[in-house]
Design a protein around this ligand. Sequence first.
Ligand SMILES: Cc1cc2nc3c(=O)[nH]c(=O)nc-3n(C[C@H](O)[C@H](O)[C@H](O)COP(=O)(O)OP(=O)(O)OC[C@H]3O[C@@H](n4cnc5c(N)ncnc54)[C@H](O)[C@@H]3O)c2cc1C
Length: 492
Amino acid sequence: MNRVSVIGGGFSGLSAACFMAKQGNEVTLFEKNESLGGRARIFSEQGFMFDMGPSWYWMPDIFENFFKQFGQKPGDYYKLVQLDPGFQVIYGKDDVLQIPARLDDIYEVFENIEKGSADKLKQFLAEGAFKYKVGMQHLVYKPSFSWLEFAKKEVITGAVKLHMFQSVSDYVRKFFKDERLVMLMEFPVLFLGAMAQQIPALYSLMNYAALSLGTWYPMGGMTEIPKAMEDLAASYGVRFITGCEINKINIGAKKTISISSSKGDYRTDGVIATGDYHHTEQHLLEEQYRNYDEAYWDKRTLAPSCLIFYIGVNKKLKKLIHHNLFFDAPFDKHAKDIYENPQWPDNPLFYACCPSKTDKDVAPVGMENLFLLVPVAPGLEDNDILRDKYYEIQMKRLELFCGEEIKNHVVYKKSYCINDFVKDYHAYKGNAYGLANTLRQTAVLKPTLRNKKIKNLFYAGQLTVPGPGVPPALISGQVAAGQLLNYLNAKQ
Ligand SMILES: Cc1cc2nc3c(=O)[nH]c(=O)nc-3n(C[C@H](O)[C@H](O)[C@H](O)COP(=O)(O)OP(=O)(O)OC[C@H]3O[C@@H](n4cnc5c(N)ncnc54)[C@H](O)[C@@H]3O)c2cc1C
């Protein structure tokens, strides 16, 4: 039995631990925080239960695929409901677009805004479906050590249809003219961490995910997913050590590895490090064993960080639904403040999540659980004065849209921003979502999953392949585990 150490208890670490343990390895997972889930942890206060990070459950097939490999399904662990409407986009007080769950209803919504756009959307989604299929079957589950891994008939013959060398922005504009539709179709790639002008149109597969596959919610909150993975891992004997910071990955004379932690030293036959990649390399490894130096990291395009408010409101808010996108400000200007000229935005777009609309258990009776999020550039100055300023801006716009007083009904409020990401996760420059999926940071061009000098050390998570987001984190853990298993099997 090989002894395997997984550093980090987020989605990628939990995924890696499950796959390593299933193959009979003795797996220990070390997590610096007191609870598992990483960016998807929760906290409870005054009867409110707040999901701290992810709130959009997209690509349900990836979760199914994960559990299927252990003879299980998500429904064995949590109850998934499809949201209808999936989300709403607020362009102005009385200018709101709700996206229904059924595709036929979405076509109708489009047609009402721009004549002929329903047919265009059908074509757009058919192309998205092709990209999604090729992406999931032939691109994202690869370790991305060499371009040859992608030399599959479907990828080569379909290369033109994958639109790798066209931007999402140009691509969307070929289909739609109305600015509201353009914003709607450009929004999903904001998760990928760059302006739509910089993201390859391959990622319009995200629109297919958002509109065709639907927006879902696990009752009990997003925390149900890591909880399910923890149970699954435990059933294969994974040992969890929480509140345990790994301080050093020691490489011995014959390149044996041991790890030093706040709770002692552990000898190990293989490591999958899923904490922030930059932190792992620059702080846990001696210089001669690092893949990259500080200058390399400084040149990477990071996905955004964000300012979050977790809020409890002592009344129901009629006009909000579960997911609300406040696009009542210029999209381009905010995107430039994140990516081109990093600064706090004058007039930000923001996102309001109100899970108590779906789940009565996340707020006391008659109250709302609110999560407000403004994406901001990583590495900015972060202090209470700035946070308060953006709280006021968002509250004002929220009250304007809802047409009622909210601020005076806030009974719980907590903010979370760049400094917290650094403190809680060692996040490089306080990033929230990892590394951007720009063309120059795709697949082989991303920080690699393997340590090039230590054969039994691999990385996983949102700063390596395939990229940011919960589904990619699950995949990343699986791919890294596959590589370490190959190494350990070959050694025997
Ligand atoms: C606010 C927010 C909203 C998001 N919204 C969505 C969404 O709606 N949908 C979606 O799909 N994705 C979303 N994402 C992205 C998604 O949550 C992440 O991409 C994913 O959770 C990353 O998982 P991970 O395992 O790579 O990293 P993490 O979750 O960060 O896990 C890494 C873990 O390693 C631990 N660690 C680090 N260093 C050490 C050390 N030295 N010793 C021990 N442990 C260590 C950290 O504490 C952490 O728990 C969101 C992210 C944020 C922050």
